[in-house]
Design a protein around this ligand. Structure first.
Ligand code: BG6
Length: 508
């Protein structure tokens, strides 16, 4: 078994979490910080301050976070006082984001910490808030003396970054007028997932794949990011978003970048980000009149999943009864460059689909079969590399093997690398990795301003076309299915089909 060895530790840090009383903090951020602390990766000196409009005492705030630890963290409170010790460094500041005096209170917290610790602190402002609040908050933060320190003050901005290309450009302009780009960390939590980071290792630390990783050998690439839940209590947010904005503009395009980028010459942040920007720039812009041939949308109806009746999207809290917002999207992209010309990248994502899975499939072209008699190759399948991002975490390579026996009969088999069989240390959550990177000042796995804008440019023709042509067939898929029939047709008309991992990992 390989052991994972962490050696990094950030400088003394004051961390403010805007949206401190919200869901993201309770489910992801505080559990991530707690796990970093348990792993000895938090700074020697740190203070975490949740901010929000809810009235909380420090005690009540900690109780609220503890519930999140016990429900969502990979490590629960252990009964040995770990949480109690950690949470001594967690407090709450009630604030109104439009009140300058509340920012003065933040400045005082920073200087008090510095006086107590006897060092100049690094400061991280984490904005886990609705995008419309970002301009107001950042403008106020900019007035703090500390924000001027390019090396010590950083802002982390949650997705969605803008609502469309125009708003993302405006937000970038505003932010870069006030802060240096090196201070701005636009988060996409998919980039923090172990299995996503491993794509670079798989591709560029092995001699085997790169020579065939191109249009000469690869038939097509697929990405599925499927969820088995609906929009839950986020109907209000989702009405302004939809699947294309929520998943494709960010997570899925980033996965495409990881699969399609050229080899970096170093792991410097800008080198990696340049290579990704090249991919985004090369993605063919779909013409508005052709959107129908490239993209399919869907919305879930009411239905039964595992014996339970589920509401239609249009009946969810915060959703308009005639909503045209898509809860499913499938798109065919092309990357117009030397490596990928004419290789389709099919992607699909949706709520309430049949399985929870995020899967990347690289389908290779067929090998010539002429040497084998037809009966030998009845179950012939092309080579395929499947990268399971979650919840399974593995990589499998499918190839032909001779079936044991006196005849030359072939069937496909898999070589499988499974994380759980190879590593005994538990995998850090994406937010752990990214929060640590942000505290360390490593922006490699964060989105640079230009990347976010190009990603919006890529999906803008689809967004606009869908907005201008309300769907006539919504709702068009039942919960617990793989989405609308048109999504099957999108890929089937090209003689291909969507790939899912067979149950119990047996190859079909
Ligand atoms: C978020 C989306 O960015 O990603 C959610 O806003 C989605 O709608 C989530 O559920 C999926 O993340 P994960 O890590 O569970 O695949």
């Amino acid at each position: 078994m390989l052991k994972i060895n962490h050696t990094k530790k950030p400088a003394p840090t004051v961390l403010f979490i805007f949206g401190g009383s919200g869901d993201l903090n309770q489910r992801k951020l505080t559990p991530a910080l707690y796990n970093l602390w348990m792993d000895g990766l938090m700074p020697e000196k740190f203070s975490i301050i949740g901010t929000g409009r809810t009235d909380y005492s420090n005690e009540k705030f900690r109780d609220h976070l503890l519930e999140g630890i016990n429900e969502f963290s990979r490590r629960k409170s252990d009964g040995n006082g770990s949480w109690e010790k950690f949470s001594q460094q967690v407090s709450y500041l009630r604030m109104d984001v439009d009140q300058p005096k509340d920012y003065v209170a933040m400045a005082k917290i920073i200087s008090d910490c510095e006086a107590e610790w006897g060092v100049e602190a690094h400061v991280l402002f984490y904005l886990a808030v609705a995008p419309q609040l970002v301009p107001e908050i950042t403008t106020n933060l900019n007035k703090l003396e500390k924000s001027k320190d390019k090396n010590k003050a950083r802002i982390v901005i949650e997705k969605p970054f803008g609502h469309d290309l125009k708003s993302a450009e405006e937000l970038n302009r505003l932010l870069t007028e006030m802060f240096d780009e090196s201070q701005i960390y636009r988060i996409d939590h998919y980039l923090g997932k172990e299995t996503v980071q491993n794509i670079l290792a798989l591709r560029f630390a092995n001699a085997l794949f790169e020579p065939i990783w191109n249009r000469n050998y690869i038939d097509h690439v697929q990405i599925t990011a499927a969820e088995t839940v609906g929009v839950e209590d986020r109907g209000g947010y989702y009405e302004r978003s939809g699947a294309l904005r929520d998943m494709v503009q960010n997570h899925i395009l980033q996965l495409i970048c990881m699969v399609a980028m050229e080899a970096p010459v170093s792991f410097e942040a800008d080198e990696i980000r340049n290579k990704k920007s090249d991919v985004l720039n090369a993605i063919r812009k779909i013409k508005k009149e052709e959107v129908q041939q490239y993209a399919v949308r869907g919305q879930y109806s009411q239905g039964w999943v595992q014996g339970q009746q589920e509401k239609a999207y249009r009946e969810e809290k915060g959703v308009a009864p005639n909503s045209s917002v898509e809860t499913f999207a499938a798109v065919k992209f092309y990357i117009d460059n030397w490596r990928w010309q004419d290789v389709p990248f099919y992607v699909r994502t949706g709520k309430f689909l049949k399985e929870k899975t995020t899967l990347i499939t690289v389908q290779f072209k067929e090998a010539p079969k002429y040497a084998f008699p037809p009966e030998a190759s009845e179950t012939w399948r092309s080579n395929r590399l499947t990268i399971s991002i979650q919840p399974e975490m593995d990589i499998r390579l499918r190839f032909q093997a001779k079936r044991p026996g006196q005849t030359m009969s072939l069937n496909p088999v898999n070589m499988v690398f499974s994380y759980s069989d190879n590593y005994d240390a538990p995998q850090p959550e994406a937010y752990e990795t990214l929060l640590l990177d942000a505290m360390m000042g490593n922006p490699t796995q964060f989105m640079r301003g230009d990347q976010v804008e190009i990603a919006w440019e890529v999906i803008e023709p689809i967004l606009e076309t869908w907005e201008n042509r309300p769907p006539v067939d919504f709702p068009n898929y039942a919960p617990g299915t793989w989405g609308p029939e048109d999504a099957e047709a999108l890929i089937a008309r090209e003689g291909r089909n969507w790939i899912t991992l067979p149950p119990k990992r047996k190859e079909g």
